[in-house]
Design a protein around this ligand. Structure first.
Ligand SMILES: C[S@@+](CC[C@H](N)C(=O)[O-])C[C@H]1O[C@@H](n2cnc3c(N)ncnc32)[C@H](O)[C@@H]1O
Length: 384
């Protein structure tokens, strides 16, 4: 076996392991989330009796939380129902040496040893990602997320109409748009719905599993319900707010496919897209700050755009890798970033700061995160 083949095999084994770990997190969503409800119940049960009496009403809500958890869990199960066949030519079977019949033993109540507690911590972290997928469903595919989409996606869609007017581009399928970091795919779907050829790209399996379900299996408007804020125990004005249901999908993505020129790819943007001069437009929304080194993203966007192609961007500079001790994150502020964008070769056609945007926010929460995002439009010149 050549060393390249061995390395490839190790990579594939790691990928399979990661795939199974994500599936396991979806499977343990209910158990881990139930643990949190039971923790509150247990705390109440050891309070002085008069305090317990004062919390009687809250206790009845905790019982309701469990019913809502079941509702969420049924969606979670639908999401992972057919993920084993989701990627072509990929076998996710893991050789089982654990004696657990293929599923890792990730119960939320562990023996008190260090490895078990590390595993429990990782599982808790992964289950939080499942919980945040539920909030992303609201952002992208429910009526409740309409205001957020208006803030975040409409400026990008309007800009596309302006840059590729119908009079000039009567056959919009010739306009090839890439949306890296597509999340649950709504922006990419909206672009395709307007007639452009659009590909969304995403590397998180949590997101990919959910977008696969929504884009390929949801063929009836508002057929499903989730309780997206169920796991937010703080900053609630009323218990009802924590229990609030959201129906989805608000449109029918699988039933009436916008056009055949819509696709999603799975994988790291920097690995998947290497070919020069391929795209008419790259649209990034809440994405460029997802790289340890943002310059790599900008250089790659420049490379893959056709000469004359546009890069439309909206979002903050949260720099997701900033506080990770193991990552070499670099966090240039916006003014420096603009200099870098120009230096790479882009013409900046439009730029605006202070664009009010939210990301998967609970509208009733006492705490609201709002970004003063930046919006800009750049063009790769025809010749350098
Ligand atoms: C903050 S979310 C934004 C999602 C979506 N654009 C939206 O506005 O709702 C960023 C997304 O980019 C994805 N992502 C981050 N780095 C990526 C990479 N190198 N390749 C592909 N996707 C990536 C993340 O998994 C995440 O789903």
């Amino acid at each position: 076996m050549s060393s390249a083949t061995a390395a490839e095999e190790i990579d594939e084994a790691k990928e399979r392991q990661h795939f199974r770990a994500v599936v396991t997190a979806f499977k343990y969503y209910k158990l881990c989330s139930l643990d949190r409800i039971q923790k509150s119940e247990k705390i109440i049960s050891i309070l002085p009796t008069n305090h317990q009496r004062r919390l009687e009403k809250y206790k009845t809500y905790l019982a309701k939380f469990k019913k809502c958890l079941d509702v969420n869990n049924s969606v979670v199960h639908l999401i992972i129902k057919d993920v084993d066949t989701m990627f072509e030519n990929v076998d996710h079977t893991v050789t089982d040496t654990s004696g657990t019949n293929g599923t890792e033993s990730f119960g939320c109540n562990y023996n008190n040893c260090e490895i078990a507690s590390q595993k429990q911590h990782k599982m808790q972290h992964d289950v939080e990602k499942v919980q945040s997928v539920l909030k992303n469903i609201v952002r992208d595919w429910s009526d409740m997320g309409a205001t957020e989409r208006e803030q975040c996606y409409k400026p990008v869609l309007d800009e596309m109409e302006e840059r590729f007017p119908l009079e000039e581009y009567s056959d919009r399928t010739q306009v090839r748009v890439l949306v890296p970091g597509a999340g649950l795919g709504r922006l990419a779907w909206e672009i395709a719905a307007r007639g452009y050829t659009c590909q969304g790209n995403e590397f998180s399996l949590f997101m990919l599993f959910a977008s696969n379900f929504i884009l390929n299996r949801c063929n009836e408007i508002n057929k499903y319900t989730v309780h997206p804020w169920l796991h937010q125990y703080v900053n609630n004005v009323t218990c009802e707010h924590q229990l609030l249901p959201a129906r989805f999908p608000d449109v029918c993505p699988a039933g009436n496919r916008p056009n055949p020129n819509f696709s999603m790819t799975a994988g790291d943007f920097l690995k998947v897209y290497t070919e020069a001069d391929e795209w008419s437009c790259v649209a990034t929304c809440f994405f460029i700050d997802c790289a340890p080194n943002v310059i790599e993203f900008i250089e790659r966007i420049y490379t893959i755009l056709q000469p004359g192609g546009f890069w439309i961007n909206l979002g903050p500079l949260l720099y997701h890798y900033s506080d990770m001790p193991t990552e070499n994150s670099i966090e240039p502020p916006y003014d420096i970033l603009l200099e870098i964008i120009r230096d790479i070769g882009f013409d900046i056609l439009k730029e605006q700061t202070g664009v009010k945007t939210k990301y998967a926010q609970n509208p009733n929460s006492m705490m609201q995160h709002e970004y003063d995002s930046v919006f800009f439009v750049c063009r790769k010149p025809y010749c350098m």
